[in-house]
Design a protein around this ligand. Structure first.
Ligand SMILES: Nc1ncnc2c1ncn2[C@@H]1O[C@H](COP(=O)(O)OP(=O)(O)OP(=O)(O)O)[C@@H](O)[C@H]1O
Ligand SMILES: [Mg+2]
Length: 283
């Protein structure tokens, strides 16, 4: 079994108005990994995502799932979309049913599952995102963050192998961001492949196994966040570096090495732990 589950090979995409959103984009999504896709506004992250489940089809180049080019027939797309679950950047483009429960049921019902199974999956998914209490509410009356949670529930209820989330944290309150991080952690532990587009460099640094940096519709860099996010061209395109990375490199200039058992801290919590350990040991 190949380590790569999804792959773009030299993909270009031109929108109807002539915008070249992807320009020879080649990249790989590793099976069971947590991949963070980064890039400035307009770099092509959303356009790339829409290729992963066949919503958009390359103008040239190809997309492969497990080494096989995508099948864009009706049944091919149906199979693909049951494997690749997508949470859109804008919740309004994903929600269309009357009530929250109906909306979350739509995907699993379309998979042809028994009603009892659909019901269990829907309740579990609503519970996972803390939306059980509003399950009967009309979708259009929800707040933005609540709509986002419902979208995430809708994808969780499909139980896909790969979950692709386009800026899932944007618009969520701090508590829900923390809860979503826990949900993602559980999904990762269960072997799911997770791909997230984000502008939150601190989150990407702490969370991702792999960072994929896009610029002007193509791949700029791909690899371990600790290596990638300190590269000069990456910092330039992203306009910043993660705070914890900035602190560790500033301290290393002062001769303070924060490596703990060979690893650099990647989250605020890890940083504080290492600092207090070093303070206890007298520097
Ligand atoms: N439907 C569309 N028609 C024409 N151009 C589009 C369309 N959607 C996106 N674009 C253009 O394609 C390019 C890539 O946009 P895309 O939404 O993929 O970027 P992004 O990296 O997701 O940006 P953001 O961080 O703002 O979400 C941009 O120049 C954008 O203006
Ligand atoms: Mg986008």
């Amino acid at each position: 079994m190949s380590d790569v589950i999804l792959k773009l090979e030299d993909v270009s995409y031109r929108y109807a108005d002539g915008t070249n959103a992807l320009n020879g984009c080649s990249l790989k999504i590793r099976r069971a990994a947590r991949s963070a896709v980064l890039g400035a506004n307009g770099a092509g992250k959303t356009t790339m995502f829409l290729h992963l489940n066949g919503i958009l089809r390359p103008t040239s180049g190809q997309v492969l799932c497990e080494e096989t080019p995508l099948d864009y027939s009706r049944s091919g797309l149906r199979t693909l979309r049951s494997r690749v679950g997508m949470v859109f950047q804008n919740p309004d483009s994903q929600l269309f049913s009357a009530s929250v429960r109906e909306d979350v049921s739509f995907g699993p019902m379309n998979l042809g599952l028994a009603e009892r199974i659909v019901r269990t999956r829907v309740e579990e998914a609503l519970q996972a995102v803390g939306m059980t209490a509003v399950a009967d509410k009309p979708v259009h009356n929800l707040s933005y963050g609540q709509k986002k949670r419902v979208c995430i529930a809708g994808v969780l209820a499909m139980q896909p192998e790969i979950i692709v989330l386009d800026e899932p944290m944007a618009g969520l309150d701090a508590a829900m961001q923390e809860e979503l991080t826990v949900i993602l952690q559980k999904l990762h532990a269960a072997g799911m492949t997770i791909v997230i587009a984000t502008h939150d460099l601190d989150f990407a640094y702490a969370w991702a196994d792999e960072t994929i940096v896009m610029e002007a519709g193509r791949l700029l860099a791909h690899g371990n966040p600790v290596e990638i996010l300190r590269k000069e061209d990456v910092r330039q395109t992203l306009g910043a570096a993660p705070l914890v990375a900035e602190i560790t490199s500033s301290l290393s200039l002062l001769g303070i090495d924060l490596r703990d058992k060979g690893y650099l801290p990647r989250s605020k919590q890890e940083l504080l732990t290492v600092l207090s350990k070093q303070a206890r040991q007298g520097g």
